[in-house]
Ligand binder design. Structure first.
Ligand code: ADP
Length: 266
């Protein structure tokens, strides 16, 4: 039997709420409704789920989905070892057995035939058929399914089917307001809030370039990286270039525009 404690979130994660999402999540969990969290990369989706798992005192099993992922990667498979074959539960199966919150991060990356395996877990059945093993698992009463995705990346080929979407309640996340974001950077890294405010200003300017040469704006995650570097003694301009500009663009014009914005701020 899997040890639950290895999946518990031991220490309270720092999470700055943006609205009433904490109360709404609690209501969804109380009814064991499946939850979807939408929003751009690095805006706090995973941190929110970690925080909720801690607050509700439930184990959390996170799966980073990718396009090579198969249903077996979620559900489990037979392994061959010296003693013959043995079954190994996948993360979704483990979560259903022990009563964890199962967080499928960037679920649209997974192939559609993979996402279908979650369907029976999301409705009144709350079951998971292990076809290869010939077993039907009834989800533990504490089990809950959570998925995240970034609607910005979607295209016709890669989108969740309506039949999947309509099994979830949803939160729409975005980058926090300037004041909240500066607060988050400061609390997360210990950097002076005034300097954090400058990082946020540059971040917000870059977000306006989305669709004009940038696919995605500078995420809160990257702003946290920059703040961390500055806090550790790196020159502010160098930190901003390294953490906020170089990762997001290969376009020389955009890079120069952002570098100028940094020079003007520091
Ligand atoms: P994603 O939306 O890609 O799941 P994360 O949840 O990993 O993003 O957030 C990236 C980082 O941004 C976190 O590690 C944390 O440092 C910071 N962050 C973003 N939003 C918040 C928030 N509301 N409260 C606390 N930290 C946040």
């Amino acid at each position: 039997m899997t040890n639950k404690t290895q999946f518990t979130v031991g220490k309270e994660p720092f999470y700055q709420a943006q609205g009433d999402e904490v109360q709404l999540y609690e209501a969804a969990y109380a009814a064991r409704l499946p939850v979807m969290v939408k929003g751009p990369t690095g805006c706090g989706k995973s941190r929110f789920i970690e925080y909720m798992a801690w607050k509700l005192n439930k184990p959390l099993i996170t799966v980073a989905c990718n396009e090579d992922m198969t249903a077996s990667d979620l559900v489990g498979r037979y392994l061959l070892d010296a003693n013959g074959t043995r079954w190994l539960d996948g993360p979704l199966t483990t979560a259903a057995r022990i009563g964890a919150i199962c967080y499928l991060d960037e679920v649209v990356e997974a192939r559609q035939d993979t996402t279908v395996v979650i369907h029976p877990l999301t409705d009144h059945r709350r079951t998971l058929p292990l076809d290869k093993k010939g077993e039907l698992i009834e989800a533990h009463p504490d089990f809950q399914l959570v998925i995240s995705y970034n609607p910005g990346y979607q295209n016709l080929m890669k989108d969740l089917k309506q039949s999947t979407k309509q099994r979830f309640t949803a939160f729409e996340f975005d980058y926090p307001t300037a004041e909240l974001e500066a607060d988050i950077l400061s609390k997360e890294t210990g950097l002076d809030v005034a300097i954090c405010g400058k990082l946020v200003q540059i971040g917000q300017a870059a977000r306006n370039l989305k669709g004009h040469g940038l696919d995605e704006g500078i995420s809160t995650r990257l702003l946290v990286y920059a703040a961390t570097l500055i806090k550790n003694g790196v020159d502010a301009k160098a930190a901003c270039r390294m953490a906020m500009v170089r990762p997001i663009t290969d376009d020389a014009d955009i890079r120069d525009t952002l570098d100028h914005a940094i020079d003007a701020s520091f």
